[in-house]
Write a new protein. Structure first.
Length: 185
């Protein structure tokens, strides 16, 4: 029973860390990256569709993202989605491709993005702590119903805390790495 709770806690904590990693990939760092636009949703015949399903995304150089729609009719919808997004990029099209030029980040924008990274990291830490709380409550409930002993409860709490510490350290490492990437000129 305790093993099930520990396995569930670890699985849920892993998902929280993975969600943070995906959020961080979407934060631009002054270099072109397909992850900036892959998850962008395009209004495709009144259906929100991920851009990666409508176009091939490539990086011809360090400052440019090239989007090649599978059909030329999709260009206006893709441009509209980019313009409406919070990327702050202006799409340029040549009739077949859309190019996004990534301007260099200003020092002020770097600091703002660093704050966003800290905010996302804190949200992930809170999510992991909430998972810890839920699982410890489950253990306490099992102890109250005499399904496990008090010693098992304490051992389970310690193991859940160890998993929590491990995941929070991983979150902190990811945040430091992304911040370093943002602040590098």
């Amino acid at each position: 029973m305790i093993k099930d709770i520990l396995a569930n806690a670890e699985k849920r904590m892993d998902k929280a860390v993975e969600a943070m990693e995906n959020d961080l990939m979407a934060i631009r760092t002054g270099r072109a990256s397909p992850s900036l636009v892959e998850r962008l949703t395009v209004d495709y015949y009144n259906m929100p569709t991920p851009l990666q399903q409508l176009a091939a995304i490539s990086i011809p150089d360090a400052q440019t993202i090239q989007i090649r729609p599978y059909t030329a009719n999709d260009i206006p919808a893709i441009e509209r989605a980019i313009a409406l997004s919070d990327l702050g990029l202006t799409p340029n099209n040549d009739g077949q491709n859309i190019r996004l030029i990534i301007p260099p980040l200003t020092e002020e924008r770097r600091r703002d993005l660093s704050k966003v990274v800290h905010k996302r990291a804190e949200e992930a830490r809170v999510a992991v702590r909430n998972i810890r709380r839920d699982e410890i409550n489950d253990l306490r409930e099992m102890e109250r119903e005499s399904m496990i002993s008090e010693d098992d409860l304490h051992r389970g709490q310690d193991r859940i805390q160890d998993k929590t510490d491990e995941h929070i350290k991983h979150i902190d490492d990811l945040a430091k790495e992304k911040e370093k990437e943002i602040m590098t000129l």
